[in-house]
Design a protein around this ligand. Sequence first.
Ligand code: CLR
Length: 392
Amino acid sequence: TPGDAVPAAQRGSWTSFLKSIASFSGDLSSMTAPPFILSPVSLTEFPAYWCERPELFSAIADAATEEDRALAVLSWFISTLKGQYTSRNESMGSEKKCALNPVLGELHYGIWPNKNGRGQTDLIVEQVSHHPPVTAYCIENRSKGLKLTGHNGQKTSFSGGSIIVKQIGHALLTVALPGGNKEEYLITFPRLRIDGLWYGSPYIELVDTSYIVGSTGYTSTVEYKGKGYFSGKSHTFKATVASSKLSSPYMIDGLWHTISHVSSGPGKGKYKKGSTFHDVTTAKEEVSVIGGETSGEMGEFESRKLWSEVAKGIRSGDFDGASKEKSRIENDQRQRRRDEAAAGSKWPLKHFQWVRATPTVNARLGKAINIAPPTEEAYAFLDNWPEPFGKE
Ligand code: CLR
């Protein structure tokens, strides 16, 4: 029945929240939702999902051939989906609405330490736009020559009782090879459908198609389906890895939140027909959040420090306290914007610079899959890792 998962006292406000999203499209972040659905985590923490299995990321650099690298990139990508799209259900019981809307210039830093020869992987995130919200990030494993740079925004709409989320942006993975050559992989993001709203227990179903286009001529196409399509199961996908360099394409299918297999392809070794392609039933490894100041402390704009009181309030059920503290942060932001307008200045980003999407992304890579450019803009990382990351 409707509102089953909603605390009785919040059913009315859940129903009016649903009504208001039904007649609204654009930026959901500004809409007030009942407390039971709020999460105390900022969207600037989400890019860490890209590397919660650091050894799969480093495995890309360890693969010996173009073909194996294309497969390793896809296998790592598929293995990130469980964290990106189901982890709030696992940790908090359902998908949630982030109660903390990242402020312009909000920062988040983290590390996955070196272990078993995989090298250290570093994470840097900056909120590069507040309205609309856009988050930029770089994840780098310098010892392996791997660097993922991306940005993410969302366009939301409502259809057939579900929220549809189009992800705006793309990511670019560069692989610096030992001989001095460089490969690039353009990664586009899937579309999301948020189901289960009626019952008050939202979850994400991935839909449509996403791509990974390699500068090597290998292109991966991933098709997502929910209940009642390919297998009747939720979180189903089929992927192909194609190239004129292959006698036949690889086909992979399975469930992105558990396991998939190679269902056909020219592979003989690790990726031969029938072998396990990805398996995320094993443990993940959350990022160690670090402070970006010289002393390793957190600056006032670092996510966990900026929002600490609001997050505390949400966690402890003190929603009045949380909302007072949130208003204080938002008013401070409004004042900063007014001061900048008066001074004719602009908030300086710390680690990223807006660029028109590079010709590489749009022309060379985008053309290969005959899709519209994934985005017209990008955020270039300035390569200025703060001191606590050390110099390798
Ligand atoms: C952000 C970028 C990450 C992947 C990702 C996962 C979950 C998405 C999130 C992105 C954007 C914001 C999002 C969220 C799920 C729910 C939330 C779409 C794309 C919306 C704004 C809140 C909906 C509110 C209902 C759950 C009530 O790499």
